[in-house]
Ligand binder design. Structure first.
Ligand code: GTP
Length: 376
């Protein structure tokens, strides 16, 4: 009897395990378009409303009942390892595969073949989306192909990878960055895949391989079915500074649901509530100091230990931790990385990106669109 019970328990566990799936998050890119921010912080660790972006992705995976996460890293991996460790703090098992030279979006998967036990999600590490992963998993199970690709519709598909499919969802072609006006569809590859382990047989080992350019076209040519899963979810590729600012606007307005309170929010709420110069939405970490005569907002995020001097004005900008803004300084539509100092009466023009530890001289004018900061 006891033995029977034991078998039942093992069977139940095996059943659970067959539902459990792994996720591989691609976090090995250099994030060149986000420089100088990515000189000091790898792109997956860039904060979104004061929490590293990758931690937000991990939360989504946890919510989708995925507990086994492989991070395919390469550029500045230590910052990632230091933050997530073995994942137990988040209730996850995190394994790292660190590429000495970038293996590309498919090579990174082949590189972790020994850790992959069944169907697995692949997430580009720089996509902010409200995609419902369990719903995609159900769709994949229903369709039964070798892989399912999340697609979204965009107004201008030309900078993206267009994916052509038939009415059943079966993919027939990938057209990367088609010339404007010649796009075959407005549905693009949104950077989340659910793949069967078998797809690894189509990826050569030991060299750089792109999943978009090589593997997917080869899989189709071999007669294997890839299915498109097109949704109307929120979707943003965080690759460029303008998109990074747009992501903050969308989170602060509630358009992208990220469980961030709207209005005046964050641990710094008590400091800011009742402050005459705050124009919501503004999100502030704890221990920010904002002078009573400063004006902050709308769409501003202040990181931990930021201090904002008298008469300073900050609009539509994201300040990471320990940024100090002198009296009378003006910052608009810009991103300031950790420990930036902006001297009194300096002006930071719209579209500027200022890297870690940079000091802007008192009274200086930073031209719109400037990028300040150099590799360490
Ligand atoms: P840019 O240099 O600004 O283009 O950014 P990126 O290096 O992140 O490249 P891209 O945006 O095309 O990459 C999409 C996703 O794939 C990102 O999450 C990258 O971290 C990841 N990625 C790109 N190339 C590699 C690679 O060779 N290995 C791994 N493990 N991940 C990669």
């Amino acid at each position: 009897m006891a033995l029977k019970k034991c078998f039942r328990q093992v069977a139940a566990r095996a059943n659970e395990n067959s539902l459990v799936m792994q996720a591989i998050v691609l976090v090995g890119g250099e994030g060149t378009r986000l420089r100088p921010l990515t000189y000091g912080t790898p792109k997956p660790m860039v904060p979104i409303v004061n929490v590293p972006f990758l931690a937000r992705t991990m939360e989504r995976l946890y919510a989708a009942d995925i507990r086994d996460v492989i991070l395919a890293a390469g550029y500045m991996p230590q910052a990632i390892v230091d933050y997530f460790g073995d994942g137990s703090r988040l209730g996850l098992k995190v394994t790292y595969a660190i590429e000495e030279t970038p293996l590309g979006t498919a090579g990174a998967l082949k590189n972790v073949e020994e850790h992959i036990t069944g169907p697995f999600f692949v997430l580009n590490g720089d996509i902010l989306t409200s995609l419902d992963l369990p719903a995609m998993r159900q769709y994949h199970q229903r369709k039964g192909g070798i892989g399912t690709l999340h697609l979204i519709r965009v107004d201008d598909p030309s900078p993206f990878g267009c994916v052509v499919h038939d009415e059943s969802g079966k993919v027939s072609a990938f057209i990367e960055k088609p010339p404007k006006g010649e796009e075959p569809t407005n549905e693009i590859n949104a950077g989340t895949y659910l793949l069967e382990r078998e797809i690894l047989n189509y990826i050569p080992a030991g060299r750089k391989v792109s999943i978009e350019h090589e593997t997917f076209p080869q899989v189709i040519a071999a007669g294997k079915a890839l299915y498109a899963y097109t949704t109307d979810d929120y979707w943003l590729d965080l690759g460029r500074p303008e998109q990074y600012l747009a992501a903050h606007r969308d989170v602060l307005s509630g358009m992208m649901p990220l469980l961030v309170e709207l209005g005046i929010s964050g641990e710094g709420k008590e400091v800011l509530q009742g402050h005459p110069g705050i124009v919501p939405p503004v999100h502030a970490a704890g221990d920010v100091v904002v002078d009573a005569s400063a004006r902050v907002g709308p769409n501003v995020v202040l990181g931990e230990s930021c201090s904002i001097g008298a008469d300073a004005v900050i609009r539509e900008s994201v300040l990471w931790d320990r940024v100090s803004v002198g009296s009378g300084a003006v910052i608009e539509h810009s991103i300031l990385a950790s420990r930036v100092t902006v001297g009194p009466k300096a002006r930071v023009g719209a579209g500027s990106v200022i890297g870690h530890d940079v000091s802007v001289e008192p009274g200086a004018t930073i031209e719109p669109g400037s990028r300040l900061g150099s590799p360490p």
